[in-house]
Design a protein around this ligand. Sequence first.
Ligand code: CO
Ligand code: ZN
Length: 329
Amino acid sequence: MNADLLKKLCAVHGVSGREGAIAKVILEEVKPFIDDHKIDALGNLIAHKKGDGKKMMLAGHMDQIGLMVTHITKEGFLYFSAIGGMRHTYMMGHRFVFPNGAVAIANCEGEVDLKDLALNKMYLDIGARDEADAKKYVKIGDVCVFQAEPVVNGDSFMSMALDDRIGCFIMIEALKRLKKPAFDLYFVFTSQEEVGLRGARTSAYGVDPDYALAFDVTLSADTPKAPKLPMKMGGGAAIKIKDASVICHPKIVEHLESCAKAAKIKHQFEVLEMGGTDSGAIHVSRAGVPSGVISIATRHVHSANELCSVSDIEDCIKLTVKALETAIG
Ligand code: CO
Ligand code: ZN
């Protein structure tokens, strides 16, 4: 696996609505392998690889969760609004970094019981002495993300931005390996998934695909108190059956399963009771789009150290290539 590229993708700042920098990095990677591209009004990067056959849209979201500065106190502390599903338990004591390199610590005052903790009881400390000092580094509306180096630990990869740079990575690697695509392919690196699948909605309308496949992290239900669900780290490429946003089209689920079997790719099924990803918006676009999802079982989603299996990543890339080189009957 090209771990350097994955690390590079994870390190680029791209909070929802601010995907310009990550779109630029992805475009550099995919440009030699596509026929044309555009960035649409909502910041989606749409890369077209021409082919015969039906139109297939692939979607992986570029954006990541973060915090937006809403208020700077006289003492120089920052209050914030969460962009996407930030959890206070994951934030306590953690470092956050702004695009200009300024680093803040998330904290709250006193002995607060975890169950009494809430985002609005927390603040960011950028080390400023007062308001004027803080304003040298940040202004209202600036956004920051977890600061944490990506790490490879044997078969494990951990990073704060696996959701969903891992999806983008799988799409990029599959694009590079494709030999004979069976579809006219639109690789869409979407914006604003974490705040409600917004980029997927407009890009699906624009592309108007016959089929769609999304790529994202899913819960790895193998931690001590995880719900009784089938997904686990190291279980192979996860073929989504449903989550709270989509019931995947049987034709697509079957296509993915038969491709995995034919190419002897390790796979598992995903049934998720909450959550959702881009296909939640894509499948109800226009008159409807038969949609599926290839997921990667990930522990500690939305924390500073999301964790997934390197061998699962490889299985997802192989399954994607096979699924794009096999026509849907
Ligand atoms: Co997410
Ligand atoms: Zn995601």
